[in-house]
Design a protein around this ligand. Structure first.
Ligand SMILES: Nc1ncnc2c1ncn2[C@@H]1O[C@H](COP(=O)(O)OP(=O)(O)OP(=O)(O)O)[C@@H](O)[C@H]1O
Ligand SMILES: [Mg+2]
Length: 349
């Protein structure tokens, strides 16, 4: 075997009450390589296999995550690497998209909260105080600016923002998710003041009864609870979660959020502003469209619906038809098509 990367996974077999296992690390990769070769030379390993320590930490498990070539024998020359806890995981990304708070139409309560968060994060004394915002939940129906608000918040350069999708935290291996949460907060604390934005939180932090479907989700939720409580020193890190369905969230997670901010469907005035805003950036001109008519017909439509289903489709249609302008009649046709599609979908609301 040429090379082998090992992920420390702890004690996969343990008594129920025992704590999640420590994450093993080394300051001396060469020494670890000697140590690993001394006990596993001769073993044939393929990706996904577990290797159990029999020397210093009896039964501590490592998972072979990269084996080159796959399914080969460990020799005295195999390069053996311990996957490092310091290695940041790919989903921990900093937002690049340019959106300002002023681009968001409506959602005034959320905007005000974001201004408060930004003020705290810009002031080193304030951010250390017990009054600093800590855990905030954005909730509401899809497409009304939760993720957009997080992006806008990340545009201020005086702090770092970690934007992650909760489903990206679920790993392939047991313990992966908990480790990713830990890494995420280690990184956030290093870069404090910082915001950790966990999008689509409901995909992991489900009620306990649902969690049993995936055992590792329980570990992940426990890791997240620990970070939200700030058992470790956590000053300067604000967590913002986002979900469509707070009702299905784990009650322990839900109770950690000091504030639940609702993102509502746009009202008539906001719908008009949204339509006008996106129409104004269209490459094809909207010709004297009476937006009031469309506003009346689009109750319960989200901002995303208005942008994507009306404005975007109207532009695509005009391009296809080689029209140089878009009229109200064109939009009516598009809306009729969209509405029919909506009605034909069983659970669309
Ligand atoms: N309040 C708003 N003002 C202007 N544009 C908006 C607004 N809300 C949403 N949009 C537009 O719709 C797009 C989708 O919105 P966003 O991704 O923020 O929704 P979300 O609330 O995070 O939805 P989901 O719950 O599905 O994740 C945005 O990128 C933006 O173009
Ligand atoms: Mg979103």
């Amino acid at each position: 075997m040429k090379s082998l990367t090992l992920l420390p996974v702890g004690y996969p077999l343990r008594a129920k009450s025992e704590d999640i296992s420590p994450f093993l690390t080394t300051d001396d990769p060469t020494l670890f390589q000697h140590y690993a070769r001394s006990q596993w030379t001769g073993l044939i390993v393929k990706e996904g296999d577990f290797l159990f320590d029999s020397l210093l930490f009896p039964d501590y498990a490592f998972r072979a995550i990269i084996v080159k070539p796959n399914e080969s024998q460990i020799s005295k020359n195999t390069e053996i690497v311990l996957f490092s806890e310091e290695t940041p995981d790919p989903p921990i990304t900093q937002s690049q998209e340019l959106v300002q708070l002023s681009d968001i139409i409506g959602q005034e309560q959320a905007k005000e909260k974001c201004q408060v968060i930004a003020k705290f994060l810009k002031n080193p004394d304030l951010v250390q105080s017990v009054w600093a915002p800590r855990n905030i939940l954005f909730w509401g129906p899809p497409g009304n600016g939760k993720t957009m608000m997080a992006r806008a918040l990340s545009q201020t350069t005086s702090y770092t923002m970690f934007l992650i999708k909760a489903s990206d935290l679920l790993g392939v291996y047991a313990g992966d998710g908990a480790r990713k949460i830990k890494n995420l907060y280690v990184e956030a604390r290093k870069k404090a003041p910082a915001i950790v934005f966990i999008d689509e939180l409901d995909s992991i932090a489900l009620k306990r009864s649902y969690q049993s479907i995936r055992g590792d989700v329980i570990e992940l939720v426990n890791a997240l609870l620990g970070e939200m409580d700030g058992v470790e020193k956590n000053q300067g890190v604000v967590t913002i979660g986002s979900t469509n369905q707070p009702k299905i969230l784990d009650s322990a997670i839900l109770s950690r959020f000091e504030e639940l901010i609702e993102f509502k469907l746009p009202n008539a005035e906001e719908r008009k502003k949204i339509l006008e805003k996106y129409a104004s950036t269209s490459p094809i001109q909207f010709n004297a469209v009476q937006w009031n008519f469309i506003v009346q017909e689009t109750q319960k439509w989200s901002a995303r619906d208005l942008k994507e289903k009306i404005i975007k489709n109207a532009i695509h249609n005009a391009i296809l038809q080689e029209n140089s302008q878009i009229s109200l009649a064109d939009i009516k046709i598009i809306m009729r098509k969209t509405t029919t599609l909506k009605e034909s979908l069983p659970h669309y609301s």
